[in-house]
Unconditional design. Structure first.
Length: 346
């Protein structure tokens, strides 16, 4: 009888132990990540400074986990509750608590692709970047307007934005405003290699001046980019002769009239350092953030004797170039006549 009791007790203990073990197994290894709308993976953003309770709140709010209690139990066992790391994580449907906690505890976040193009102002740059990384636009614009920081990197308040070269960069989502600026400084240094620096010196321009001129070239010709080296050569010719650039795009920038197709004589009266009809030489800063192709168009400007340009009257996107002022007037008259014909008065 005693033997039967012992055996029964052992069987019961094994059964209970097996059941308990199985429950532990389920807590650890049962799939717990559920994603809606048939998605196989999703982005999980954990802000800087978050604690475990906030992480759990994010997971629950977005319905990323099915069993909150089991997730918390595994997180406690693996001490994730004291090792929360911010960032952007890609979680996959069907992940178990062990996989999810290991991913978050390791800090193995997935980088984001940060792109910026078609930028005119610092405020635009800050706004575009803030939509792609954790840093907010306020912290970014504060740094972009920081004159001491600009001087640290070799710029002034007007030229600081030339350090930011439009492109697509890979970085972590939880990049701070300061880290973003530091990263752009490294990218700027890498972009301005010895070859580009030598070409800038040959033109008699600083790196920022090249970018400022490139912004003008891009504003004047952003449709047919194959023409940009010719446009760059024209403005370089005018600079060498100490002629005013007389660039309509700088007037649009100064007057904040970016979309007008027709510049009027009244527009030329604005007293702005960006009015290249009034002031000789380059403006104090860029009128946009030029793309790499526009910067390289300046560095590889085509040599010619053109001093004047006017949009072609066929609206092809190309220009008529000439070294003769009288011929330029004739070209301008043809273009203006076509504007009138199309009833474009502004």
């Amino acid at each position: 009888m005693l033997k039967k009791i012992v055996i029964s007790f052992l069987i019961l203990s094994l059964a209970i132990g097996g059941y308990v073990g199985y429950q532990y197994y389920l807590k650890i290894y049962k799939p717990n990540v559920v994603l809606k709308n048939g998605k196989s993976q999703a982005e999980l953003f954990i802000p800087t400074g978050s604690d475990f309770e906030q992480v759990k709140e994010i997971l629950v709010k977005h319905h990323f986990i099915e069993d909150e209690a089991s997730f918390e139990w595994v997180a406690q066992k693996k001490n994730y509750i004291n090792k929360v790391k911010p960032g952007r994580y890609i979680i996959k449907k069907g992940m178990n608590n062990n996989e999810l906690v290991n991913l978050l505890r390791s800090g193995a976040q997935t980088p984001v692709k940060v792109s910026f193009h078609n930028i005119r102002f610092k405020e635009e740059l800050a706004g575009v970047i803030a939509k792609q990384i954790e840093a907010d636009s306020v912290s970014l614009i504060q740094l972009l307007n920081d004159e001491d920081l600009a001087r640290k990197y070799g710029f002034n308040k007007e030229t600081f934005i030339t350090m930011f070269i439009p492109n697509t960069y890979e970085m972590y989502w939880n990049t701070s405003a300061q880290e973003f600026v530091e990263r752009m400084a490294k990218e700027y240094k890498a972009f301005w290699n010895d070859e580009r620096k030598a070409k800038a010196r040959k033109l008699g321009l600083s790196q920022s001046e090249v970018t400022i001129l490139a912004s003008i070239v891009q504003a004047e010709q952003n449709v047919k980019t194959d023409e940009q080296p010719v446009v760059a050569g024209l403005y370089l010719n005018r600079l060498k002769r100490n002629m005013q650039l007389q660039c309509d795009a700088t007037l649009k920038f100064a007057n904040k009239a970016y979309d007008v197709q027709r510049v009027l004589d009244s527009d030329k009266k604005i007293d702005s350092k960006y009015n290249t009809y009034k002031y000789t030489g380059l403006p104090p800063g860029p009128i946009n953030l030029p793309e790499i192709n526009a910067i390289d168009a300046v560095l590889n400007a085509k040599e010619h004797n053109y001093l004047y340009m006017c949009a072609k009257e066929d609206f092809s996107g190309y220009h008529n170039f000439t070294s003769s002022y009288n011929q330029h007037l004739r070209n301008a008259k043809k273009y203006q006549a076509e504007l009138n014909k199309r009833k474009i008065y502004r």
